[in-house]
Ligand binder design. Structure first.
Ligand code: NAD
Length: 330
């Protein structure tokens, strides 16, 4: 029996799972494979060098899948400020109707997308921001807990509490993000009132993920303790893989007087992180994974992964239902 939720109904997908946006990874091949598997694939806009390149990536994705997919636009500090409005316009003009937004001051972007009849999933790391985005008219919130890869915000509230708080406070559907990599996680998210899950690290480690096999194997070998926070002192905290470069960044930040971004720039640049994925050297630069890396033990195809998540979640839900029956008999 398929797991039907508000998320599957709003997005017209089979399984309540979104392949999370990932810088340098959310390319047409992965987005299409995720969508073909029954989840929602997401193209990461800023991975494309220009709005024109995003147009091409959208067309390429359409060649690979007839299923719905979305485009992510993340508004966070960057070394070269992107043309956010240009990316949004290009995607809307190409007929994309599902967007994931995230980051700072999203109001103008959300207003533009809503004025163009788009479904907006907005990612937040606090209930305060969730309520503000709800007022802005987003359709779905993505509640990103402390376990997540990338930017968890500065308040350090774990997903378990954040999702339960979302259940208390929000009146629109929300999904769970950060720490989810399997069907047990999906079932737990549903129990916490979420309508589905957003998974990044898990899709990063699939056959179709466009990164070097050494990096996938590094994730398989990693435990839940192999991440570290950088940029804590710059108010732009990011959870990344613990390696030589991130350890050095943390050391520089902890020096008396701390470190200015300019001093870290060469070490942390996204372009250098991209090379990690290309050459397969996990120590070459900064790259993001979440604590759920500890749950990942293999490199399945997206199809195998989504089927497995679906059947695991069903059997957990089934088990919980049986628990109720046993109790009733006591
Ligand atoms: P980049 O090369 O511009 O920057 C590298 C890192 O430094 C990023 O984490 C960025 O947030 C941070 N940074 C840049 N300028 C900063 C400043 N002045 N102060 C503090 N921190 C600063 O990043 P990129 O790899 O080209 O990625 C572009 C943007 O997308 C970044 O903001 C990045 O955080 C964000 N991102 C998005 C996703 C996603 O899923 N969409 C994933 C990872 C990163």
């Amino acid at each position: 029996m398929p797991i039907v939720t508000e998320l599957t109904k709003i997005l017209n997908i089979r399984v309540p799972v979104i392949q999370a946006a990932m810088q340098h990874v959310g390319l047409p091949s992965l987005a299409a494979a995720s969508s073909n598997a029954g989840a929602l694939g997401i193209l990461t806009a800023l991975t494309q060098p220009s709005p024109e390149a995003l147009r091409k990536a959208i067309r390429e994705t359409r060649e690979l899948t007839t299923k719905p997919f979305g485009v992510n636009i993340t508004l966070l500090p960057t070394i070269n400020p992107p043309d956010y409005a240009g990316y949004a316009r290009a995607a809307v003009e190409e007929g994309v109707r599902i967007f994931e937004t995230a980051g700072n001051n999203p109001k103008p972007l959300i207003e533009y997308l809503k004025a163009n009849n788009c479904i907006v999933i907005h990612k937040v790391v606090t209930i305060r921001h969730a309520k503000a985005a709800q007022k802005m008219g987003v359709d779905i919130l993505s509640i990103d807990g402390f376990e997540c890869a990338g930017h968890p915000g500065e308040e350090d509230v774990a997903g378990m509490v954040l999702l339960a708080r979302a259940a208390q406070e929000l009146s629109i559907p929300y999904i769970a993000s950060g720490g989810f990599a399997d069907g047990r996680g999906l079932a737990a998210a549903l129990a916490l009132g979420a309508q589905g899950v957003n998974m990044g690290t898990r899709f990063l480690c699939t056959v179709e993920s466009p990164i070097h096999d050494n990096i996938k194997q590094t994730i398989v070998n990693a435990t839940e303790k192999d991440t570290v926070h950088i940029f804590r002192t710059l108010n732009n905290t990011a959870r990344v893989f613990k390696n030589k470069v991130s350890t050095e960044v943390v050391r520089l930040e902890r020096r008396p007087g701390g470190a200015k971004f300019e001093e870290l720039r060469e070490l942390v640049s996204g372009q250098r992180g991209k090379v990690v994925y290309e050459i397969g050297d996990p120590d070459y630069g900064i790259w993001s994974i979440g604590q759920c890396a500890g749950l990942i033990k293999d490199i399945p195809t997206c199809e195998e992964l989504v089927r497995r998540i679906e059947s695991e979640a069903e059997s957990v839900i089934d088990g919980l239902n049986k628990l109720k029956v046993v109790k009733a008999r006591l």
